[in-house]
Design a protein around this ligand. Structure first.
Ligand code: ACM
Length: 509
């Protein structure tokens, strides 16, 4: 019996004088009920246990599914194994009534598969881990300077060339160490169909990201005409082997727009999600300033500067997606350059400021501020953390993350769809490394976006850490290579690989 639920439900009544009851899978009754939908929304559910079995009533099918995740926790950690290990021991459930619903509709996790490819099975496993934590958006960062990971039929070189880089820097920044093996991989269209369908069975939306117009060197390596060929020999470019922000960005031309419309047509075929992420972050403008072709395009469009040129580029895809019944989401740089297209949403990563500005101008927001929920940032001080980068963000820090800044009015706050935690993988070259950076912090994040927690200072951190005791056993059963509370296990360390830690407390902006 296990009542230390994570994320904590909205309402839990437990009567230890009654139960526990023997559990039988064939005595689980589920249904969807309009009354529960009216009270708790489509993701809400009521779970009751009794001598006759378990009843899960959802506001919608998603609610039933989240209720099933709660039931799994009530059955104990072995319920998270892939097979029954003690068939002789009867399973029991405690006497409970749970009424539950999420705080936010966007409870996301972003995985960067461009810097390091995660083979398909690893992605499916991550979808299971998200489902177990009641997270419902998988933001799939599919393209970047260092790799293109999605097969596009009409442009085969994107995968054939763009998915492979010659070698990888080991560690962060200016590390002198290299893994000299070529690195790469991509998902075929059928792989992606499988990933999307597997996610849908778990009520998870997959939001694909095709990052433009920066972070595009892998695409330019495959199709040199996409780059600024009048200022750089784009035919000589390769998939980037360094970390950071490549200066080699897309040429802001009509031909580039047509090319990416072709890419996005295939993306829309594969991914049914309302939102499509077009990146928009960290696009250096030096090449556009130096390019006669880019300048001529800017003048033809009557635009004042290169930021406005990026605004034109992004708005084009905002309108293009809207015509197809979809919505654009991009990193908060898309706010620069003259406004957003109607319906566009902002992923606020450079702190809260972009998200607040977007909410105030009537746009929806997903909060994912780097200082709080970037899972590549190190989890503790000291030399034992593997490849330590960024600020120290502990499990407790993530538990105190608040997606809605108190400065927002109620109407502005309603624009915050939710939040997501982002796993950038420059220094996470294996699924084990992703596990280490992601867990246990994703459990704290899951509670922040699901449960109705008080303001950060009033949160019961000790209570959460106590419940984590039960949750570590679930993560063990799931086979997650998380960071233990006492620090990395010997094989989780990476001595000798330089990181790039930042000092002091992270800025709250
Ligand atoms: C980002 O971290 N460049 C979105």
């Amino acid at each position: 019996m296990d009542l230390d639920l994570i994320p904590a439900p909205r309402h839990l009544a437990h009567d230890p004088a009654r139960g526990p009851y023997p559990f039988r899978e064939d005595a689980v009754r589920t249904r969807v009920d309009p009354g529960v939908a009216a009270r708790l929304g489509p993701e809400g559910y009521r779970l009751t246990t009794g001598p006759d079995g378990v009843e899960i009533v959802g506001g919608g099918e998603a609610g039933v599914f989240w209720g099933r995740q709660t039931l799994r926790q009530l059955l104990g950690p072995d319920a998270f194994r892939k097979a029954r290990i003690h068939p002789d021991r009867p399973l029991t459930v405690p006497h409970v009534v749970v009424e539950d619903a999420p705080r936010f509709g966007w409870r996301g996790f972003m995985l960067d598969v461009a810097r390091h490819f995660m083979p398909k099975d690893g992605v499916l496993r991550y979808l299971d881990l998200l489902a177990a934590h009641k997270l419902n958006v998988f933001h799939f960062h599919l393209t970047d300077d260092q790799g293109w990971r999605i097969e596009i039929e009409r442009y085969p070189r994107l995968a054939e060339v763009g998915a492979w880089r010659a070698r990888s820097r080991l560690g962060s920044g200016a590390s002198p160490l290299w893994d000299e093996r070529p690195h790469g991989g991509y998902y075929t269209r059928d792989d992606l169909r499988e990933i999307v369908a597997y996610a849908a069975e778990r009520h998870i939306a997959v939001v694909p990201e095709i990052d433009v117009p920066g972070h595009s060197q892998a695409a330019i390596a495959a199709y040199p005409e996409l780059g600024n060929a009048d200022v750089v020999d784009t035919a000589a470019l390769t998939v980037w082997t360094d970390w950071g922000i490549s200066p080699n960005v897309l040429a802001p031309t009509e031909a580039t727009l047509r090319f990416y419309e072709g890419v996005l047509e295939e993306v829309l075929e594969l991914f049914p999600s309302t939102f499509v992420h077009i990146g928009g972050d960290e696009c250096p403008k030096e090449q556009w300033r130096a390019s006669a072709a880019a300048r001529a395009q800017r003048e033809r469009l009557g635009l004042a500067d290169e930021d406005a040129l990026q605004g034109w580029f992004v708005r084009h895809f905002g309108a293009w997606l809207a015509e197809r019944g979809r919505r654009l989401i991009g990193w908060d740089e898309i706010l620069e350059g003259g406004g957003l297209s109607p319906g566009a949403a902002v992923a606020s990563w450079r702190g809260y400021a972009g998200g607040m500005a977007a909410a105030r101008s009537g746009h929806d927001v997903v909060m994912c501020p780097e200082p709080h929920v970037y899972l590549d940032h190190r989890q503790a001080e000291g030399p034992d953390e593997p490849v330590p980068i960024g600020y120290v963000r502990t499990l407790e820090d993530v538990y105190r993350f608040e997606p809605v800044p108190s400065e927002l009015t109620a109407a502005e706050a309603a624009r915050v769809l939710g939040a997501q935690a982002n796993a950038w993988t420059e220094v996470m070259e294996t699924p084990q490394r992703v596990d280490y950076q992601t867990f246990p912090r994703l459990a704290a994040f899951a509670e922040v976006v699901w449960s109705d927690l008080p303001a950060p200072a009033a949160r019961d951190v000790d209570g959460f850490l106590r419940r984590m005791g039960a949750h570590y056993a679930r993560l063990d059963a799931l086979g997650v290579d998380y960071r233990p509370p006492g620090g990395p296990r010997p094989w989780q360390r990476r001595p000798g690989l330089p990181g790039r830690p930042r000092d002091g407390a992270p800025p709250i902006v």
